[in-house]
Design a protein around this ligand. Structure first.
Ligand code: FAD
Ligand code: 2HG
Ligand code: ZN
Length: 474
């Protein structure tokens, strides 16, 4: 008790008493976005500078108290909340949120970890640039969280994951030292690239405090189309045509199963979803053009004509203006929220070679329907990247909580066995957290797991950085 009281006093000295929260409603920090778990923090600590982060980490290390870094707390795999012991410090990075510099000639922006993604997009746009990371949680997720999970989103087909957007990092190590690696260099072969260790490490190796990220010239036009396709095979065929006709202009390619869209229609009836019930799948695709809107439209028309002729599109609409484009994207982005409103659900964020996705879905759908009669399959995601959100909702009218308690293990086992058979990944973009930790141990090679454990032990020998997430090292 004394150790904890001493530590709390030290933390108050570092960040100010009002930034060490121990009382009141801490739900926003202690409960995960999906409302699957709730933890209890010793304290929520809110530093405002890298130096304060370093001092907090040092004080916690000296007291042998573990830390859970948190940004926007929108993670999907229970990685950003404390455990239930009441002995962990929840390190909220949200006050560390400045955009430090925009370097137009270098096409980079240097930003602190707690900056909200949408704020960064807006700052870059004001300067005439595009920061292309885009996902439905962008109004609340932070750059630090995006980096720590190597987030994907809806523009990966053209710009890559967060990892590809990051040139350099500033990190507070588990010992409380500051590694200032913010060079902004595109070429730097001076030994191991530490940046890549911290990206995707989910707070288990150190605290990301700032990053230098790539920006791109703003396209002259971004056009969005929404197409009904007769099958998943047809969606893959359309993707091939989109690559051919749009080339680097293809900046988004998302698929949505009709049941996923029906949840949007049900829970957000104010949205107009085109082609309701017309086809088993719809696709939303985006063409970014650096010439002009008319050029983009002509390209899109050629693509859609070819696709209609080939029979891989049944019908399509192309947004006439920005408002229509936003409305079409909004349908896609509303699916996770519609699913949450429908009730607790099982998520499978999987990736499989694009060419094999139709066969995977056909086989796995059939097995799930056979073994779990009445399950509702909510299938959608980033088809352009081979990444599906192959989610499962309890049968209609049943108690979702009881269904998850009784069937989640068996459903996961079935789906992940199929993912293995198809040589896929059990986490394409959301990470491992604590939700998938045991599964990782079964689906990753022992050689890779041992190497990961060795890295964890080397960088965080006291196991104080987000322990129990990603890996168990005992
Ligand atoms: P948190 O949830 O706060 O943290 C996530 C992990 O990162 C935790 O392990 C935490 O400890 C660690 N962490 C956070 N900040 C730091 C830091 N500064 N240093 C070290 N570790 C840190 N993900 C995708 O990839 N693609 C999507 O399309 C997508 N869409 C989403 C849509 C919705 C509606 C929601 C709710 C989530 C979505 N996500 C998506 C999941 C989520 O990973 C992203 O929202 C985001 O990357 C998490 O950022 P955050 O700031 O909320 O991180
Ligand atoms: C998305 O692409 C997110 O919308 C969330 O990654 C996926 O809720 C999900 O399963
Ligand atoms: Zn996603």
């Amino acid at each position: 008790m004394n150790t904890f009281n001493n530590l709390l006093a030290q933390l108050q000295g570092i960040v100010g008493a009002e930034q060490v929260l121990t009382e009141g409603d801490l739900t926003a920090y202690e409960q995960d976005w999906r409302k699957r778990e709730r933890g209890k923090a010793l304290a929520v600590v809110r530093p405002a500078s890298t130096d304060e982060v370093a001092q907090v980490v040092k004080a916690c290390a000296a007291a042998q108290v573990s830390l859970v870094p948190q940004g926007g707390n929108t993670g999907m795999v229970v990685g950003s909340i404390p455990d239930t012991t009441g002995t962990q410090v929840l390190l909220s990075l949200r006050r560390l949120n400045r955009v430090r510099a925009v370097d137009a000639a270098n096409l980079t922006v240097t930003v602190e970890a707690g900056c909200v993604l949408q704020t960064l997009q807006e700052v870059c746009e004001k300067e005439g640039f595009l920061f292309p990371l885009s996902l439905a949680a962008e109004g609340s997720c932070t750059i630090g969280g995006n980096l720590a999970t190597n987030a994907g989103g809806t523009q990966v087909v053209r710009y890559g994951n967060t990892r590809e957007l990051c040139l350099s990092l500033e990190v507070v190590t588990a010992q409380g030292e500051v590694w200032s690696g913010l060079t902004g260099l595109r070429k730097d072969n001076t030994g191991y690239d530490l940046r890549h260790l911290f990206i995707g490490s989910e707070g288990t190796l150190g605290v990301i405090t700032a990053a230098t990220l790539r920006m791109y010239p703003l396209p002259a036009s971004q056009l969005t189309a929404f197409a009904a396709v007769p099958s998943l095979e047809a969606a893959v065929q359309l993707l091939g045509l989109a690559h051919k006709y749009l080339n680097a202009g293809l900046t988004g390619f998302e698929v949505m199963g009709d049941f996923a869209l029906s949840l949007v229609r049900k829970h957000f009836p104010q949205q107009t979803v085109p082609f309701a019930g017309l086809s088993p799948y719809c696709v939303v695709l985006e063409n970014s053009d650096h010439e002009s809107e008319s050029h983009a439209r002509a390209q899109f028309e050629r693509l859609l004509e070819a696709a209609l002729e080939d029979g891989c599109v049944l019908d399509a609409v192309v947004a006439e203006n920005l408002a229509q484009a936003r409305a079409l994207w909004h349908i896609r982005e509303s699916i996770p929220l519609a699913q949450a409103q429908e009730g607790l659900n099982i998520k499978h964020d999987i990736s499989i070679a694009v060419s094999r996705i139709p066969a995977f879905v056909q086989e796995t759908d059939a097995l799930l329907e056979q073994h779990f009669p009445g399950v509702r399959l909510v299938n959608y995601g980033h088809l352009g990247d081979g990444n599906l959100h192959y989610n499962v909702q309890a049968p209609a009218g049943t108690d979702a909580q009881a269904f998850l308690r009784d069937q989640e293990g068996a459903i996961n086992a079935l789906v992940y066995a199929m993912v293995d058979r198809y040589n896929g990944s059990i986490s394409a973009e959301h990470g491992i957290g604590s939700l998938k930790r045991e599964k990782l141990a079964h689906h990753k090679s022992p050689v890779a797991l041992n190497a990961m454990r060795a890295i964890k032990r080397a960088l965080d020998p006291k196991n104080l950085m987000n322990p129990g997430r990603v890996l168990s090292i005992e």
